[in-house]
Design a protein around this ligand. Structure first.
Ligand code: SAH
Ligand code: SF4
Ligand code: F3S
Length: 445
């Protein structure tokens, strides 16, 4: 029987996609995925380090895994992802029963690590035991076998790493410098997906607007979108995440011209206060950000816009914070992800004086969510009576009587299940009701 592998994914889409690669590499070694840790032969935590809570979850999960290891001493435990990258051998110090630590760049090394483990049978293996975390590779990202989680929507890395070094963010330290993949390599992966029946691709990068800068072949994200738009079989193209300092006219133009590029932009604002944005080293002002949104909406009136917000950044005053609230009212996002600032290792902001008390940050987060929830609900309700193009993703998780899909603007839509509707169909749906989280509708035949 195939050896059973359980992987827990903690982080962003790139982290999810890494899980698909870890599964791909291990499936070539005879492992098959299971959805429960009980009874698994190998358990991998693919960790996230973006906020303290996520890192903490990695350690509390490891505690629980010790119990499983006591029951089954042959169980192999691996830790990958951004916490592994950041902590390296420190993980093995804290949890000596961990067999394998690999970073965001070492997925291709997993077979070697396992082999070494078998050879030395000393219990644990990690690529390096340096206290500062694992070394990031600087060479080009290679293609790895991928065991995809979804049969018709595929993640495709276009640029790894980040050079922005926002003062709160650990990602440049866990993912390293920006490295773009060659356009031909990306297109060939997407052609492969198209011939396997994939309908939608999401192009991934911590900063997709930087795509191509390091390649020196004058191909930017807009050019890449043009190339992908020509691949037959693919119906929808998404890209995430854009950076407000780099997002601009060429991309807006590509979004307007290219029929497959979805009308959605995720453009993290972080704060509405220029003073805070400057201390975050975001390289844009609120008026500049607002102007880009204005242009985008002028070009694509129906575009869905989402963002990330941080509350309680060191030095954020009540006045600064009110500017964030005003920005939410002014920009009218379809939805946002909001986070309370969290101190991260290696980042300059952790040393800033005037850290905002936990309670204040939490209170501000609640006020942000209160305002945005009202806006999101209003925006969703405004969809009632309108018709949308919906790509069906599968059975609804909560209600087996429903199927779930997404609009081009990423809004979730539930429709009643019918025998002739299956995952991968693209249907016209009229919206009949709306909540904060999703829309409901009926298929127009
Ligand atoms: N590359 C993307 C995603 C970065 S991480 C980008 O630049 O937008 C996703 C979000 O996590 C960020 O946009 C930010 O809002 C949030 N985040 C990052 N570091 C954080 C920290 N230290 N505390 C709280 N939120 C943080
Ligand atoms: Fe982090 Fe800033 Fe890079 Fe985004 S752009 S990954 S927030 S450093
Ligand atoms: Fe987390 Fe790493 Fe993604 S820190 S958000 S898994 S890049």
């Amino acid at each position: 029987m195939a050896k059973q592998l359980f992987i827990k994914t903690f982080g962003c889409q790139m982290n999810e996609h890494d899980t698909e690669k870890i599964a791909g590499v291990l499936s070539e070694l005879g492992y098959s995925l299971t959805d429960s840790p009980d009874g698994a032969d190998m358990i991998i935590l693919n960790t996230c380090s973006v906020r303290e809570k996520a890192e903490y979850k990695c350690y509390s999960d490891l505690g629980r895994l010790l119990e499983l290891k006591k029951k089954n001493p042959d169980l192999l435990i691996g830790v990958g992802g951004c916490v592994a990258q950041q902590e390296g051998g420190k993980i093995v110090k804290k949890a000596p029963y961990v067999d394998m630590v690999f970073g965001t760049d070492n997925i291709s090394d997993i077979p070697k690590l396992l082999e070494k483990k078998v050879e030395t049978s000393k219990g644990r293996v990690s690529t390096e035991r340096r206290r500062k975390g694992l070394t990031l590779k600087t060479e080009k990202v290679s293609s790895l076998p991928v065991l995809r989680n979804h049969p018709m929507m595929g993640y495709v890395n276009i640029v790894d790493g980040c050079d922005k070094f926002c003062t709160f963010c650990v990602v440049p330290h866990t993912r390293g410098r920006e490295r773009s993949r060659e356009p031909e390599e990306i297109c060939s992966e997407i052609r492969g997906l198209a011939s396997a029946g994939y309908k939608e691709v999401s192009l991934l990068g911590q900063n997709v607007d930087s795509y191509g800068k390091d390649l020196g072949n004058n191909v930017d994200l807009a050019d890449l979108l043009h190339m992908i738009n020509d691949i037959s079989g693919i119906k929808r193209i998404r890209f995430i995440t854009s950076h407000p300092a780099d997002f601009g006219d060429r991309l807006i133009d590509a979004m307007v011209k290219l029929s497959k590029v979805c009308e959605h932009l995720h453009l993290p604002l972080q704060s509405g206060s220029d003073r805070v944005l400057e201390r975050m080293k975001r390289n844009y002002t609120y008026p500049e950000y607002k102007e880009k949104i204005r242009k985008l909406r002028e070009a694509i009136p129906d575009v869905t816009i989402t963002a990330d917000i941080i509350t309680g950044f060191p030095g954020e005053t009540e006045d600064d914070f009110n500017k964030t609230l005003e920005a939410l009212e002014e920009l009218q996002y379809d939805s946002i992800f909001a986070f309370k600032y969290s101190k991260r290792p290696y980042t300059p902001a952790r040393l800033y004086e005037e850290q905002v008390p936990h309670e204040t940050g939490k209170d501000r987060l609640n006020r942000v969510l209160e305002i945005q929830n009202r806006i999101t609900l209003k925006k969703n309700q405004a969809c009632i009576g309108r018709e949308f193009n919906v790509l069906i993703e599968g059975e609804s998780k909560r209600d087996k009587g429903n199927m779930t899909g997404r609009t081009r603007g990423t809004k979730i839509v539930h429709i009643p299940r019918e025998d002739d509707i299956s995952a991968g169909d693209i249907l016209t749906v009229r919206i009949t009701s709306a909540t904060l989280a999703s829309l409901k509708g009926e298929v127009i035949r």
